[in-house]
Ligand binder design. Sequence first.
Ligand SMILES: [Zn+2]
Ligand SMILES: [Zn+2]
Length: 165
Amino acid sequence: MNHARPKRRTVRVIEPHSRKPAVVSLIVAVISAFVVYTAWHMWQTEPPPPPVVRGLADVDLDWKCATGHRFRAKGQLSPRHCPRCAAEAEIVDRYDCVKHGSIEVAVRIEIDPAGVAVPGRFRIGDGDWAPAGEGPVCPHCQKLMRRPRRDPLDGRTRAGRRAPP
Ligand SMILES: [Zn+2]
Ligand SMILES: [Zn+2]
C-alpha cells in the first residue's frame, strides 16, 4: 500500500501584510505630532508682534482734554489723561466741509477685522459719539467731511479705503 500522504493544506499567515496600514498610520501620526509640536514651539518662542497697535503707538497725535488743554502724545485706543489737569482727553483732528470749512472732530481709534487702526467713532463739539461710517458729517449741513492732511492714519475709513486727496 502506497498511499500518498495527503498534502496538508497550508494556511498562509498574512499577518505581516495586514499590519502594514497600521504601521503606516502610526508613522503618519508621529510625523503629524512632530509637525504640530514644531509649529507650536515656533509660535511659542516667536509670537508675531502686533504691527498695527505698535504702529498706532508710534504716531504722535493731537489730544484735547475736557477742560480744553491741548497736547501731543502717542496714539492709543483708550482716552489719555491730560498732563496738566488729569481730565480725560481725546484725540482731536480737523476735517473739512466744502461749505463750512475746517471743523474740529474728536476721534476714537479702533482696530478693524483686518487688523488696521481706523477711526472707530467721531464726536463733534459736545455732541454724542457717532460710528465712524465713511467719515464725520458736518454739524451744519450733515454732509460728509474730508480730512485734508496726510499721515499714517490719514483718510482711513472703516472700509479700509483711502479717501481721495
Ligand atoms: Zn487738561
Ligand atoms: Zn457743512
